[in-house]
Design a protein around this ligand. Sequence first.
Ligand code: SF4
Length: 396
Amino acid sequence: MSLKHLQVQYISGAHRRLRRMGIYVHVPFCAKKCAYCDFYSLTDTSAMDDYIKALAVDFRRSRADLAGASVETVYFGGGTPGILGPKRLAWLLKRLRQSFDLTPDAEITLESNPATLTCEDYQKLRRAGFNRISFGVQSLNDSELKRLGRIHNSRDAAQAVRDARRAGFENISIDIMFGLPGQTEESLLTTLSDVRELAPDHVSFYGLKIEEGTPFHDIRDTLDLPDDDAYAKLYLSGAQKLCDMGYTQYEISNFAKEGFACRHNMKYWKLNEYVGFGPAAHSFMNATRYGITRDLAGYINAVRNGTLPERSEEELIEPEAQIREYVMMSLRLADGINRMVFEARFGQSFEKVEEFFSRISKGGLAVRTEQGWRLTMKGFLISNTIILKLLEYIGK
Ligand code: SF4
């Protein structure tokens, strides 16, 4: 994205014709709830048909909000969007296309679980226009998968990737987790070696977090989780292995073959605009961030009654907060923080940022780039602390 575009997008909301957006569609259904998951999803799938009809109405109604905007990315996330099956998904994507202006090369991602769809389903989805698929593989070690409460095993995962490839998906991502109960460095590296055989184009590599309200939280003391040092070691050795396998780390938790960075997620990290549909979906438009309440029935009823779905949160992101968010997001990315963007976007000197990074670079936590500074792999590990200290230092 050019500097000029950033300026237009953030300084003048009037230039609507230049808006480039992402669309997120939340699909709140799963076959079974995993023991660690706090995403909004239900195992009762009886409302699937009512839900997609409500989404289609919501798309149509939102046309005016996105008038003049080019939609460059669409992401069906969940939950398990694949559980809707190819017929409903194709129908929904068609309604979405009828309502919004998708660019010819739009990235259209579907999240799914490895054990949810067949090779024929992937073919139908590909024909319907989905061009990227993201599988929640998490591990290729069957006992780790079992402890997580996943419905698939390593064979299902390998089969799903092969089937999707055979069906014509040229952009396949898989999620892999570290810091799992009982996971060792050896078992993680074995999983990653097996990932190499599957040759996905993109890997999301993220650590298990024990979230309140999940079954794992209730039994956290019995889970045999790695301590902080072991957790750090798992991250560093896993990330290094992925780099050795030919993936480029472009974000703290994301690795891709050249040209396969997730364009949709880049919109979040670059603070570009996106709109989310469905319960638990979030949006960022016109400098306002808002989320839809996690209530499927409430969402369907609101759309049926012609009212706006209830928002669980809504916040105008003031310029000061935009600086904080820009710093937080840019330091997640391997490109790091960019002097020209920082100065042009916020009209502030980069001097204090420069001073801060010059200091911490001595400890190997950050390195200078042509455009500014970025965190190293070691820096990524403690990025939250570094970001807080930087914001304190620059007085935000
Ligand atoms: S499949 Fe994904 S969204 Fe569904 S319960 Fe498991 S982790 Fe959560």
